[in-house]
Design a protein around this ligand. Structure first.
Ligand code: PEP
Ligand code: MN
Length: 277
């Protein structure tokens, strides 16, 4: 990819973008998003939210609309799921990030969530991009598993072009010939995005690997590569998770990992960080 091919609002101009969400300034503060793959019920979401908050999470994730590969798999609780997320936010103070899969939902889902997620499968759903752009809400835009950096940034451009500058990019792995991991987590995108765009970029090692045993190493590697944050699937009882069980951390595992990430971040900051700004 040649940065000269990229024109528009996503390209690097001056300072890196910072996006305030609740008490966090994304792009400045390191962002730790944690929570279940899907909202399953109130106890599961609220207990998980409390425990990840206690362990140092800045934001709660949880899908109410799940983009499943099979139409017969659990599709999410919809509105009930959003109400549970809103209750978890009320109880813990954690801002909520949740996926939107239908352009018609982009406006009203923002009443329940602080950040709208666009999933890998919908990265090039242009009407969804435009509607989330119009919503004015911060948008977490995942990289499509079939997409180049230029295609990904052009999708960010769709949101920015609607007058919404609040875009957070999320690398979540791409499809390669490797089958041991669910996807191939392309960490080179972290410094690559930072080289040609001012937008914050976070990493999702849960979907990036599909295996909970690989998540701590890839989380630390993403942090060392300069990611602006991480998004991790965490469940208070991972063995009972309805979706993505194999890549779900327990709240205890998350706590241990969050401590290591904090130590690595302090070391990096002591060394002068990665940026001049
Ligand atoms: C998710 O984060 O819930 C999800 C479905 O991830 P992806 O779109 O990256 O597959
Ligand atoms: Mn998932």
């Amino acid at each position: 990819m040649n940065s000269a091919n990229l024109y528009g609002l996503a390209r690097t101009v001056g300072r890196r973008t910072r996006i305030p969400v609740g008490p966090v300034e994304v792009g400045k503060d390191f962002l730790l998003i944690a929570g279940p793959c899907a909202v399953e019920n109130e106890t599961q979401t609220i207990t998980t939210a409390r425990e990840v908050k206690e362990a140092g999470a800045d934001m709660l994730r949880g899908g109410a609309f799940k983009p499943r590969s099979s139409p017969y798999s659990f599709q999410g609780l919809g509105l009930r799921g959003l109400q549970i997320l809103a209750k978890a936010r009320e109880e813990t103070g954690l801002p909520v990030v949740t996926e939107v899969i239908d352009p018609r939902d982009a406006g009203w889902v923002g009443e329940y969530a602080d950040v709208l997620q666009i999933g890998a499968r919908n990265m090039q759903n242009f009407s969804l991009l435009k509607e989330t752009g119009k919503s004015g809400r911060p948008v977490l835009l995942k990289r499509g598993f079939h997409s180049t950096l230029a295609e990904w940034l052009n999708c960010a451009e769709y949101i920015l072009a609607e007058g919404n500058p609040r875009v957070i990019l999320c690398e979540r792995g791409i499809r390669t010939f490797e089958t041991y991991t669910r996807n191939t987590l392309d960490l080179s995108m972290v410094p690559a995005v930072r080289e040609i765009s001012h937008l914050p970029v976070i990493v999702d090692p849960s979907h990036g690997t599909g295996k909970s045993s690989l998540i701590p190493a890839m989380s630390l590697a993403a942090t060392a590569a300069g990611a602006d944050g991480l998004m991790l699937e965490v469940h208070y009882r991972p063995e009972e998770a309805v979706s993505d069980r194999d890549q779900t951390l327990s709240t205890g595992e998350f706590r241990t990992l969050a401590g290591k990430i904090r130590s690595l971040r302090s070391f990096m900051l002591e060394q002068g960080g990665l940026d001049a700004d």
